[in-house]
Write a protein that binds this ligand. Structure first.
Ligand code: PLP
Length: 386
């Protein structure tokens, strides 16, 4: 941000990257906030919205957040943490198919609900949540609050007089909070590679993405914040990122992130089909050879690169090590979890017994995966099972 030539050169690079990412999402560049990870973006969304509530005129005393039991830990831990500060969190369970029923979300909405936080696609079982349907429910609830308000703000939602907070300045907060809430946030870290994640298509107010999920650098993420949404920073300082995330920009990572977005956007449709076909072939062959195998989560509403398989009678941890020795890299639960290998909480939260949660492995395909890799994986798995 320095005014000299070198500073301006870096600034231009960041600006260009921000515009590229914004264009890919079909949003304004000022709606993109760079963070150090998807974890931080999730924290900024959840904590930032919760913090901003305190500055509303008719402050909600016990704000409610609605989420699901199968979110990434960066959401679940943040919510658990906020519960200690008096926030009420409603954790909606998912069905055996790994998908949340939007009617349950509707039933959990109340006047105190500030945020609905539902991941787009699950990182372990790959199931895709009905985000657009949920967005309609949230929007209708929000609009019904407008109608019931005796003095609704002029111009409706699209022209609210509020922008994001600048540098934590609470004077930028709205003077009337009726109708603003609840907001909808989605964690699209897993889905952006293969699905259309434009906020307008999903109907979300906030959205998390991460570069390393799309072959960009590790250690850079972003939060989309719809214009008009009031958010307070969780990292304060010199006011970078429109006051929402202070700290010197990580220029090369930001530029790398934008390049990865550009490539992912170009390859999305073709790759989704190619990888999906390979994944289906993989599952068909395994199932044919070992009929007792079960897939965890819906096969229909699922990321094309993911298959999560229950191996009855096997321990996922041991199985993983044997596969690793054969040159096949898989994970029992979340790959980003520290080195601990625990039973999958996601499979358990889908309503399955502990044997299934600790006997399931997630297989992820990617840009480099070939048919030969899949055949090798099948051969290795069948050898171990035998
Ligand atoms: N959200 C989801 C759905 C994830 O799969 C992950 C995993 O890496 C994260 C958030 C955290 O991402 P990051 O490592 O960028 O913090």
């Amino acid at each position: 941000h320095a005014l000299h030539r070198f500073g301006q050169e870096a600034s231009r690079a960041v600006f260009g990257a921000r515009r590229k990412i914004a264009a890919a999402f079909g949003v304004d560049y000022r709606e993109i906030i760079f963070t150090g990870s998807a974890t931080e973006a999730n924290n900024l969304a959840i904590r930032g919205i919760t913090k901003s509530i305190k500055y509303q005129v008719s402050s909600i005393k016990r704000p409610r957040i609605i989420t699901t039991t199968i979110e990434h830990e960066s959401v679940l831990e943040t919510c658990r943490n906020l519960e200690k500060d008096g926030v009420e969190v409603v954790y909606i369970p998912v069905g055996k198919d790994g998908i949340v029923d939007p009617r349950k979300i509707k039933a959990a909405l109340n006047e105190r609900t500030i945020l609905v936080c539902i991941m787009h696609a699950n990182n372990e079982v790959g199931t895709i949540q009905p985000i657009f349907e949920i967005s309609q429910i949230v929007r209708n609830f929000r609009n019904s609050k407008y109608i019931s308000h005796p003095d609704p703000p002029v111009g409706g939602e699209g022209s609210r007089p509020v922008r994001q907070a600048q540098g934590g300045d609470s004077s930028a907060m709205p003077q009337n909070d009726t109708g603003i809430y609840p907001l909808l946030h989605t964690d699209a870290a897993q889905s952006f590679q293969y699905l259309d994640c434009r906020p307008e298509v999903l109907g979300v107010d906030l959205m998390t993405v991460s570069a390393h999920k799309i072959y960009g650098p590790k250690g850079i993420g972003a939060l989309y914040v719809r214009k008009g949404v009031t958010l307070l920073p969780i990292i304060t300082g010199s006011g970078q990122e429109f006051g929402l995330r202070s700290g010197t920009d990580n220029v090369p990572y930001i530029v790398g992130f934008a390049k990865a977005v550009e490539i992912a956007n170009k390859m999305r449709k073709k790759e989704a089909i190619r990888v999906g076909k390979l994944r289906d072939y993989f599952w068909r062959q395994l199932k044919k050879a070992v009929p007792k195998l079960r897939v965890n989560g819906s096969l229909k509403s699922r990321l094309p690169n993911n298959i999560n398989i229950y191996f009855p009678g096997e321990n996922a941890h041991d199985f993983q090590i044997k596969l690793d020795l054969a040159g096949v890299a898989v994970s029992p639960g979340a790959a980003c979890r520290s080195a601990v290998s625990k039973a999958s909480y996601v499979v358990a939260e889908m309503g399955f017994p502990v044997e299934r949660a600790s006997g399931s492995l997630r297989f992820s395909l990617g840009r480099q995966t070939t048919k030969a890799d899949i055949d090798w994986a099948i051969k290795s798995i069948l050898k171990i099972v035998a």
